[in-house]
Design a protein around this ligand. Sequence first.
Ligand SMILES: [Zn+2]
Length: 113
Amino acid sequence: MHEYSIVQAMFDRIEETARAHHARGVRRVSVRIGRGAGVEIALLRTAYETFRAGTLCEAAAIDIEEVPVRWGCPHGHGELRIGMGLSCAECGSPARLISGDEIILDRLELEVA
Ligand SMILES: [Zn+2]
């Protein structure tokens, strides 16, 4: 499943960071997921719960912030409002995705010895 490979990659990053800081464990994990990233938040949570047993994240809560999809004009005419279609009202250019496709490991709270 897509969400499992995302969480797996996330854990690799977390362990790498925790090691670099000589952390004993992780207290909290914060991630930002774009609504357009094709990620099912509930599945991501389930994958996280499945993976964290026996890892540095065993006791870590996860915060998931959903980022709305936003489109804008590539020529600086600003953000497009939802329902206006996917081209700029001013110049007709096809819209560019500003945000909403990201999968970001935003913050880690580490427990340092
Ligand atoms: Zn424009």
